[in-house]
Design a protein around this ligand. Structure first.
Ligand code: CAA
Length: 275
């Protein structure tokens, strides 16, 4: 199987890493050569660490081809999109992928809070559009949500599900409802956590310790929002709030202010914690 990955940021690079680790021919597309090279370095670093730790015997980075030209994805069996989390650029990309590619390529989006159906509607062949929602960090988190949009065909859904399994993930079957399954639950929980900081007058460290040691979370809400990216979390909250109108979905003002100030979490070096 030949897999295309469009966008090699945190999520796309993680997905491309999984494809290489699974021994699949992978074509990764970024907008500049430099961004592509950075992703390849990251993938090489993590796979080398896995070899050093004895988790895998070897890997073949030669399976990964980098390109800036979408046309190089024309012969893929599945293309996974992991570009900016905005509807219009995604719709334009899917229309373009349909124009340049084979008619039987499955087109998957890694969107976390947008509607797969609305993305699919930008194409004339929505039956082959499906959601494949990975979790951050994609190489470490076992789950992938396979999302059936209104017009997704059984064949496309099954291809995406089997690819999820081939990548070593635990796929679950979802419908295209706001936030699918995990974000529908997790986003309001994280927002509650941030509101509790002020309501309960506690420290960031104590909130995180509370949820880790009292609820068994692997990381506390503030650590997790820092990992996800405060801008990404605010954006996802706003998308869910727009659709569901539930107050708990709305991003707490404290997070919006942090995002506006460039405090984005790990990726900017500072969020609730300093990195
Ligand atoms: N590929 C391979 N290995 C990687 C990696 C990658 N991309 N990134 C990190 N690692 C490796 C590290 O190199 C590290 O190994 P070394 O230190 O030996 O090099 C190894 O993973 C373990 O790192 P940690 O010690 O940090 O691991 P941990 O045991 O503390 O677990 C964790 C880390 C899996 C992230 C765990 O803390 C966890 O499960 N946290 C919760 C994460 C979560 O909830 N994610 C979902 C976010 S929500 C989301 O993604 C949805 C959305 O739509 C926004």
């Amino acid at each position: 199987m030949r897999v295309g990955v469009v966008g090699l940021g945190t999520m796309g690079a993680g997905i491309a890493q999984l494809c290489v680790e699974a021994g699949l021919e992978t074509v990764g597309r970024e907008v500049t050569d430099d961004l592509g090279e950075r992703a390849r370095d990251r993938i090489s670093h993590f796979l080398t660490r896995k070899v050093e730790k004895g988790q895998i015997a070897s890997f073949d980075l030669g399976l990964l081809t980098l390109t800036t030209d979408l046309a190089d994805l024309s012969d893929c069996d599945v293309v996974i999109e992991a570009i900016v989390e905005e509807l219009q650029p995604k719709r334009e990309l899917f229309a373009e992928l349909e124009r340049i590619g084979r008619a039987d390529t499955v087109l998957a989006t890694n969107t976390s809070a947008l509607s797969v159906t609305e993305i699919a509607a930008a194409t004339a062949s929505p039956a082959r559009v499906v959601g494949m929602h990975f979790f951050n960090p994609a190489p470490l988190m076992l789950l992938v949500e396979i999302v059936r949009a209104e017009l997704t065909s059984d064949a496309s859904f099954d291809t995406a599900f089997r690819l999820g399994e081939a990548l070593g993930k635990h796929p679950i079957r979802c419908h295209d409802t706001p936030g699918f399954v995990v974000n529908r639950v997790l986003i309001p929980l994280l927002n509650d956590g941030i509101r509790v900081l002020d309501e309960a007058r506690i420290s960031v460290e104590d909130l995180d310790a509370g949820m880790k040691h009292g609820a068994g979370w692997p990381m506390g809400p503030c650590e997790l929002v820092d990992l996800v990216g405060i801008d990404v979390h605010v954006h996802a909250s706003e998308a869910l709030y727009d659709k569901l109108r539930e107050p708990r979905m709305a991003a707490p003002p404290r997070l919006v202010a942090m995002a506006n100030a460039g405090l984005l979490g790990r990726k900017s070096g500072r969020g609730f914690y300093t990195y």
